[in-house]
Write a protein of this length. Structure first.
Length: 367
């Protein structure tokens, strides 16, 4: 049996493992397919090499001009329109995690590469954490974090804007706090009636296109798309819906087949495309929430357009790698590996309004 020996890696080796960890962690995230540096990305990536832990990166939204302009030889000087801008800040902070081997005797009992297992374990951990950031931010569930932002993108969660949070009321949707269903608790109390229907998507599209400011679609190949994230329970109800005279689950599948293969990441793993909305399924779609607890049998479907959120990085990340550190413990008997990143993810909110998201709270049938 070969002996197990440990030694901390040379600088070149450490850099290689750090770069591999970053690449694999991001490629495995569910969220990565919706990320990009352009303004048509659902999650826009901002990089700033001058930012360190605890710093903020400010993003600015310029509102559309609304003035009439001046015709003919009318005097323009003194009649200029002021530019209106709104800002939002995203906090970037350091997040770290580490693993440690069991010791030389325990490690040599199996074919075990400590560095390889550490890389795989930390890759899975980072992938899960970034996905968690995305859904907690976009879903706007503000309770149960104990004041910590570690699971919410290093930024505090902001509840959905009142005019952009809707409850299902049978086949209709209504703004939360108005109409017959005032709270998510009331949605859950009539679960059979307030499940997710495909008609809800049409209503969300209308709300997105008539909102002020509107929810800007994601442009790809000359067409415009939104993304809709559903919990498996909501998807189950869509699959069951086959009532005569109503839009059925089959229509989304038919649209997907007719559309052919799409290269943009927003189509990767999609359930289907309906009326320009790309449907996705994830068990991370959050529960509804009361002041201090989850609401039984309610999930928040997330409808998102372009620039719904921003992910930002600082310092070391801009070099294309995470921080990878190796340390020996117990007189060289144990090898520890840590990884670290300075970054953050936040839902975009300008002038107290969610910029790129709508939330629809529905219940589900069955257990």
């Amino acid at each position: 049996m070969a002996n197990t020996t440990y030694a901390t890696g040379a600088n070149e080796t450490v850099k290689l493992w750090a770069k591999k960890l970053l690449h694999e962690a991001l490629s495995q995230t569910y969220a990565s397919r919706f990320m990009g540096s352009g303004s048509d990305s659902m999650i826009q990536i901002q990089e700033d090499t001058q930012k360190g832990s605890g710093d903020r990166i400010r993003t600015t939204l310029r509102m559309l001009l609304s003035g009439d302009g001046i015709g003919g030889d009318g005097t323009l000087e003194g009649n200029e329109e002021a530019l209106t801008t709104h800002t939002d800040d995203i906090l970037v902070d350091q997040l770290r995690h580490a693993v440690r081997s069991g010791g030389k005797m325990s490690d040599q009992r199996i074919a075990f590469s400590v560095r390889e297992e550490a890389r795989q374990g930390l890759t899975d951990w980072w992938s899960d954490r970034i996905d968690e950031w995305m859904f907690n931010q976009l879903g706007g569930v503000v309770f149960n974090w104990g004041g910590s932002t570690i699971r919410t993108g290093n930024n505090a969660v902001i509840a959905p804007s009142a005019t952009r949070h809707f409850n299902a009321n049978a086949r209709n949707i209504e703004a939360i706090g108005s109409g017959a269903l005032l709270t998510e608790t009331s949605v859950g109390s009539a679960s059979a009636s307030n499940k997710f229907y495909l008609e809800h998507i049409d209503q969300l599209i209308t709300e997105a296109k008539t909102a002020q400011p509107l929810i800007r679609p994601i442009r790809y190949g000359g067409d415009e798309y939104y993304c809709l994230f559903l919990h498996p329970r909501q998807v189950q109800d869509l699959r069951r819906e086959a009532t005569a005279g109503t839009i059925t689950w089959y229509d989304t599948q038919k649209a997907r087949v007719q559309g052919g293969e799409m290269e943009n990441g927003i189509f990767t793993g999609a359930l289907g495309v309906y009326n320009g909305v790309v449907l996705h399924e994830s068990n991370r779609v959050p529960y509804g929430a009361s002041a201090s607890a989850t609401v039984a049998k309610v999930r928040r479907a997330i409808f998102a357009g372009a620039q719904a959120a921003t992910m930002a990085f600082g310092q070391e990340f801009s070099t294309g790698q995470m921080l990878w550190t190796e340390e020996l413990f117990d007189y060289g008997n144990q090898l520890g590996v840590s990884s670290a990143m300075i970054g953050g993810l936040k839902k975009n909110v300008y002038n107290s309004l969610d910029y790129g998201t709508l939330v629809l709270s529905t219940s589900w049938t069955g257990a």
